[in-house]
Design a protein around this ligand. Structure first.
Ligand code: XMP
Length: 511
């Protein structure tokens, strides 16, 4: 594998993704990782990420300089270059000019890192400091107008560049990473979905033995793929629980079961707890309260159901969870945990409460890799390409009180938005598109009749990971079709508006 030590750059995850796109396994470890922790991954090379600090900052993230002396090839990126320079006897200083954004890099000497490339290179820079004295044994091979851009020590197999090869703005970034992997490290690209599935199935079988496993399905990609993978490993020893919390989308309770039970043979218990959830939500308008109620109620229903399963078929030992790699990285980040804006609800609280051991078969994977695995497992495309949907469902898209009538209104409007997005061929190009029901009523006129009804907002955003998002400038004719259909087909909504707020400062969901 390739071990990436994280000095806190916002791009560190991207480095791992770009490497895995080359079918080479890579992991991100915090820069403070101990040598024996790093060795566990049997690394063929080390990559040192960028980071926001200066090597001279009092709180500069510390790493063990011995990582440089394991006889492995090393690639330092941005802060990684400064850190190598600083630790190998060179000098780093605050740059005369900060370089941020596009820059042109001149190749001044051949380097295996730039094999097959001709300069100048169009790259993405983001740094204040720069190296002004190379450590002994290093040669400069690339230069930008303001700073040293690349240096190597061929004898030691040490390479460092000032720019970011992992971001798309660096046009030949992939080539540079490929050169590192295949010209320098000479690693074999054998990390494939088929191999991942074989290894994971094998290890789940060993882990579980003849134990009994349950899984909470949400209908989303992650829990569906996790369940299918575990099903591939242990078949009938897995029981999936799918709870209708009354705020799912139109027909979702049925279609998820059809897809996974009828098409893939999973053992699914469908629990319709609509009344229970809506009962608890009655009269509640405060967003965080809604989230808490749904989260707690979900745990209660799930626990009861698991209890019932235990009485019918024996003790349950394990819980499957669809945790993904970005969450794992986030929780170990040197930047520390981020502030809570919304209390996200998934099955997080379950394992401690129910004393279950966890199976997290996707905890090494990124979202796009989960889809690749799902495809290899023969899962239907409409499950794999589903846009994200929040755990608290339509409740966080119904502003004000959540009632059965208002859920039904929003389900219809949402269904129209999604089907028009699909009809325009945009569904797989957009992160999320949905309708939001506002508590605002306004006057309209339909067929000479006065109407006084609710307003609905359409939200459509592009995003890489849900952390930031841009609103999508949907074509006017798509917006027009949505608006016409909603006002005509959904009795109770007489006005449609379009949300043109990005994140930040807005969030994607309205509550
Ligand atoms: P926000 O609204 O925080 O949403 O900008 C970011 C992404 O997260 C989804 N989301 C959730 N997902 N449980 C989830 O599993 C939740 O409670 C939850 N709240 C928001 C949201 O749909 C978007 O993709």
């Amino acid at each position: 594998s390739i071990v990436i030590l994280d000095f806190g750059s916002q791009y560190t995850q991207l480095i791992a993704r770009r490497i895995r796109e080359q079918n080479v396994f890579s992991v991100v470890l915090p820069c403070t990782a101990k040598l024996d922790e790093i060795q566990k991954y049997n690394p063929a090379a080390i990559i040192l990420s960028g980071g926001p600090s200066s090597v001279y900052d009092a709180d500069a993230p510390p790493a063990d300089p011995q990582v440089l002396h394991q006889g492995l090839p090393v690639l330092g990126i941005c802060y990684g270059l400064h850190w190598m320079t600083h630790n190998l006897g060179g000098n780093v200083r605050p740059g005369a000019k900060r370089e941020y954004g596009h820059a042109e890099v001149e190749i001044v000497k051949d380097s295996p890192l730039f094999a097959h490339l001709t300069g100048p290179l169009q790259v993405w820079m983001s740094h204040g400091d720069e190296a002004d004295k190379l450590p002994d044994g290093f040669t400069l091979f690339a230069q930008s107008p303001n700073a040293l851009a690349g240096m190597h020590n061929l004898e030691k197999n040490w390479y460092a560049i000032q720019f970011h090869p992992e971001v798309h703005h660096t046009r030949q970034g992939t080539e540079i990473l490929r050169n590192f992997l295949f010209e320098i490290v000479k690693i074999k690209p054998n990390w494939t979905p088929a191999r991942f599935i074989d290894e994971t199935v094998e290890s789940i079988r060993k882990q579980v033995g003849d134990g009994h496993v349950i899984c909470g399905l949400s209908g989303g990609v992650d829990s569906s793929v996790a369940a299918t993978l575990v099903h591939r490993a242990i078949g009938k020893q897995l029981t999936c629980i799918f709870v209708n919390n009354g705020v799912l989308r139109m027909n979702e309770f049925e279609s998820v079961q059809t897809n996974l039970r009828d098409k893939l043979g999973l053992n699914i218990v469908g629990v319709d707890a609509t009344d229970r959830f809506l009962g608890k939500l009655a009269g509640v308008t405060e967003p965080e309260k809604k989230r808490k109620i749904i989260g707690n109620e979900f745990i209660a229903v799930f626990e009861e159901e698991a209890h019932r399963i235990e009485q019918e078929s024996g003790k349950v030992d394990w819980l499957v969870q669809g945790t993904l790699y970005p969450d794992v990285i986030e929780s170990q980040s040197v930047r520390g945990p981020s502030q809570v804006i919304k209390s996200h609800h998934n099955v997080g609280g379950l394992p401690e409460k129910m004393k279950l051991k966890l199976i997290e078969p996707l905890r090494d994977l990124f979202k796009d890799e989960v889809r690749r695995i799902g495809r290899d497992l023969g899962m239907p495309e409409d499950v794999l390409n589903r846009q994200p949907f929040p755990g608290p469902g339509l409740a966080v898209r119904i502003l004000g009180e959540v009632t059965a009538d208002r859920v039904a209104l929003l389900q219809k409007a949402d269904h129209i938005v999604v089907s028009e997005i699909k009809r325009a061929g945009l569904y797989n190009k957009i992160w999320q598109s949905f309708a939001v029901l506002l508590p605002v009523m306004s006057v309209g006129v339909m067929g000479d009749q006065r109407t006084y009804a609710y307003t609905c907002a359409i939200r459509s955003v592009h995003s890489e990971d849900g952390m930031t998002a841009d609103w999508v400038p949907l074509p006017y004719d798509v917006l027009k079709a949505m608006s016409n259909r909603i006002v005509n087909e959904v009795k109770g909504i007489n006005r449609v508006v379009y949300d043109i707020t990005s994140k930040p400062p807005g969030t994607i969901e309205w509550e």
